[in-house]
Structure formats: C-alpha cells, structure tokens
Design a protein around this ligand. Sequence first.
Ligand code: ATP
Ligand code: MG
Length: 385
Amino acid sequence: MAGIPPSGIPAILFRIPAFPSSIVANYFWYAGNDVSLVPPPFLPQHESQWGLADCGRAMASVLDIQNLQVSYSSREVRSRPVLSGVSFDLRPGEILGVLGESGSGKSTLAASVLRLLPPNGHIGSGAVFFEGKNLLQATFEELRQVRGARIALIFQEPSLALHPTIRVGEQVRQVLAAHQSLPRTVLNQRTREIFTQLFPQDAERILRCFPHQLSGGQRQRALIAQAIACNPAILIADEPTAALDPVTQMEILTIFRSLREKLGLAMIFITHNPALLSGFADRILVLYAGQVVEWGPAKTVLRSPKHPYTKALFESLPAISTENEKSRKNKLPVIPGNSSPSSLPRKGCSFEPRCALRMDVCSEFEPALVNLGETHLVSCFKYKD
Ligand code: ATP
Ligand code: MG
C-alpha cells in the first residue's frame, strides 16, 4: 500500500473544513541538527472541555483505544476485517512506535482514531477515549474540534497530503484560520513566524512555494508546521520519513523529539522500519494483519523481541555493516507469504501460516496477549501465563 493514497484520506481531508485547527501555533526553530523550541506565546490548552468523568482509564492515558474492529467493504467482499481487537493506550508525552509491514493496517488505525476512514471503511466496534470522550460516539461538531486541533494527523504521503495548487504558506494559514477568527494580517504574521522558525534561511521563499517546488524533506516540514499549528495534544505521524534519505530522516526525527520535549506532545509514530524507533520511541506496538502481536517498552522489544513475527521482521533487515565479504553476500531471510488479513474467517493465530515456529495449537486457537513482565505483551502460544 506504500505510495498509494491512504484509503483516499487526503481527499477527505481537503473536503472537511474542520480539519485545520484552533488555538495558536507553537513555533520551533530548526537549524541543522540543533532544534529547539521557542516557548509558545500561550500555554497548551490540554484540559478537556468535556471533563474526564466518563472515562477512568483516560485519566492516566492521553489516548485509550479499546478493542477496535475495522473492516472495508468492496464489490467482491461485503466486509473484510482489517483491524481486529486492537487495544492500546498512549501516555502523556510518550512516543509510541507502531510497527508493521505493508498492509498490516497502520494507516487504517491512524484514520480510525479521527474517524477519517473512506466511505467503504466501517468501524464495527470499539472505543477511542480522548480527554474523557469516546471519539467513536462523538458528534460531528465534537470531532471537528478535535481533528487537527487536539489530535493532528500527518498523512503517509506528503505530496498527496498537501494541496497541490495552494502555496504551502497559505495551507498553514488556513489551518490557523479555520479554528480562530483573527484578522488576516495577524494570521499572516503567525504563518510567517512558523515558517521563519522551520526554515530559518529561506522562509519567505518557501511559504510562497507550491508543494511540487519543495524537496521531500521540506514538504514534510511544511506538514509538521501544519500539524502543530494549533498546539495538539497528540500527533499521529503515518510513516513521515518513508520517502526521505537517511540524513533527512534523522532531521525529521530530531524535530519530533524536540516537539515532545518542549511541548509535552504525545505521539504515535507509524513506521515499517524498526531501526527508526531505536532511541526514539518509548514503547513499540507491533501490528500484524490488523492485530497487536507484541507491545512493550521499546528497548525490550528491540533488544529481545518475543513474537516470532517481530523476530522474523528484525532478522529480515540488512545490517548496516558486515564483518566480512562473505556475510555481506549472504541472502537476507524473508518472511514467506504476506500479511494482508484474509477476507475469509479462519481459525487460529493469524501469523501461523507464515510462522517458522508454529505448533499444532496455533492453527486451532487464537493466542491471547500474555504479559511477560514490565508490561511486555506478546500474543503467542510459546509464552503462557
Ligand atoms: P503501508 O505500510 O503499505 O502503508 P498499512 O499498514 O498502512 O500499509 P493500510 O493502508 O491500513 O495498511 O491497509 C490495510 C489493509 O486494508 C490492506 O490490505 C489494504 O489493501 C486494505 N485497504 C486500505 N484501504 C482500503 C480501502 N479504501 N478499501 C478497501 N481496502 C482497503
Ligand atoms: Mg500506510
């Protein structure tokens, strides 16, 4: 699915005037590797207008997703499950890495949180608690106040997420304007300030550019500016560095890290590359065929993955340096088959057909998540309570 518009979401984004946000933008200064945030003119307004009374779990977590079931319908298949029983939470200021191969449902998960699925996407059941409110039951007006303002989403493909015929400065200005009635001159001034801090050398030129006139890294930074313009509590970034070279990837990660440190922003960082999560994510959630198969502290999962899928995924990555010529020529192991959830109901563990360590029980029963300690959860029969 990489490179394909994530379920038509960008088109929806531009049709919904509600997506851009409110409050006031935070500004951060970008200069090579040294990224620091200028304190925002106003403190982030993270307190809920709804209060927290109706959600005890949301008190400790900034986002709490429970048993999310999502399916897509098509002419051929009435309902094809894509996410099954996905549950996790996001703590304040945390970076949660969501890891999974193509088709595992990562973008669907991101879109589901804000109910931005395409018309053929259907949320069957579950709950998404944010600031004490279940977003899956929120009214359109309540959602409008959350989308882009309280939870910002950076879509998978920057060149599709940015409007191709509107200058990037104007796109950020519209985000501010959609949620705040300020005079045009003030909005322009704020937009200019954001760009000056993101692109210190070249702000005036960049904000007048159309997306196609920018490099991939510059487009990504323009999207980040749009996303943080209204002081969101949560940023969901869907493979924000996938199309970038390693140096630019690191620059973007540095920006995200800085945002977290200076603004206390919690972040869901979606990727298929575990290497990016090392030293960056606090916890890692591994998604396989729309199910959580492993979830735990990033250090633990990266150092000692437990689920056979996570292990196989890590083993299939090339080492950056190899000790000798012979090992460089060794073929990398691949995981046979693919991870797309089947449209037909099947028994057992979803990874069983591809698992080198499968046992008889795996084709009969579905494993539950088992806690291995330190909140390291794994769904595999190799580990029992
Ligand atoms: P990638 O890493 O390639 O971006 P992903 O993990 O984000 O993949 P999704 O885009 O969420 O995966 O797709 C999950 C599954 O849902 C895939 O099998 C995909 O074909 C299917 N899917 C996604 N969007 C739609 C849609 N609009 N209609 C029908 N099926 C869809
Ligand atoms: Mg995706």
